[in-house]
Design a protein around this ligand. Structure first.
Ligand SMILES: C[S@@+](CC[C@H](N)C(=O)[O-])C[C@H]1O[C@@H](n2cnc3c(N)ncnc32)[C@H](O)[C@@H]1O
Length: 245
């Protein structure tokens, strides 16, 4: 893995120190609960667990909170001490890949008979990296990723088509969640101030993100699409990649 070179603030912000001491408490604890009103423990984690398979690709990993929690728990049909797990981590920030890989190996390494972790340093909006061109996954996640990606809906949502090409066409699922734009904060002044602030400093790029654009882009890439709005966060699940996509 390379060392972190200069780039946009939404990439540079994830220093090893932030990931180690702050990220889970602030982003997944306070922000999800009180700003984006979609609690991590009662909403996002069960949603991730339901859709986590033994051949999983996680895009945009930060600390790896979600895959680590899945691997630590023993519930679920494919979970348990004896599983053989293949987990691919994709992120454009090497700090995030390193932190997540370390967390998995230290917290859950001994529980799986075999755990194969592959780290792919890549931008999710770019064409498929070489390392993934021949891959197929049973499940793919992109949690809290799209609201960080600059460039407008057309640019960031092209990742759905890209990922649809490496999803198992027979029963594979792509799941994710993303914080919606300012119009979804109409009822909550603190959320409105926060989403504006995050965009002003360049950590978020989601002021105009909306459910219709996301549903349309998902529908262009997949035959089956479901979305749910929880607070200001849109959860989505898609399967059956379109062959023409
Ligand atoms: C807010 S964190 C979400 C992390 C984790 N999925 C979660 O829900 O806690 C966003 C992550 O996506 C990564 N990221 C942001 N934009 C990306 C891009 N264009 N390509 C790949 N990774 C990206 C960041 O480096 C960071 O690890």
């Amino acid at each position: 893995m390379s060392s972190l070179t200069k780039g946009p603030i939404s990439r540079e912000i994830y220093t090893e120190r932030l990931l180690h001491y702050i990220y889970d408490w602030v982003v997944l604890g306070f922000n999800m609960n009180y700003l984006w009103r979609c609690p991590t423990k009662s909403v996002l984690l069960p949603f991730f667990k339901e859709n986590f398979s033994t051949n999983h690709l996680d895009c945009g990993v930060a600390t790896g909170y979600f895959p680590v929690a899945c691997l630590e728990s023993n519930d679920g049909s494919e979970q348990g001490e004896e599983r053989e797990q293949r987990l691919t981590l994709l992120d454009f920030n090497p700090n995030c890949l390193r932190t997540t890989e370390r967390a998995i190996l230290s917290k859950v390494g001994g529980r799986c008979r075999s755990i194969e972790i592959e780290c792919v340093e890549a931008d999710v909006t770019a064409p498929l990296p070489k390392a993934l061109q021949d891959a197929k996954f049973r499940s793919i996640s992109m949690f809290n990723l799209l609201h960080c990606v600059p460039g407008g809906a057309t640019h960031k949502l092209r990742s759905f088509r890209t990922l649809s090409r490496i999803l198992d066409s027979d029963g594979g699922v792509l799941v994710g969640c993303t914080v919606m734009g300012e119009q979804y904060a109409a009822r909550w002044w603190l959320s409105r101030l926060a989403v504006r602030h995050m965009n002003r400093v360049g950590v978020f790029h989601n002021l105009d993100d909306n459910r219709e654009d996301i549903e349309k882009a998902l529908g262009d890439a997949f035959e089956d699409v479901q979305t749910w709005l929880v607070g200001m966060t849109l959860l989505f699940k898609a399967s059956k990649p379109r062959v023409d996509s």
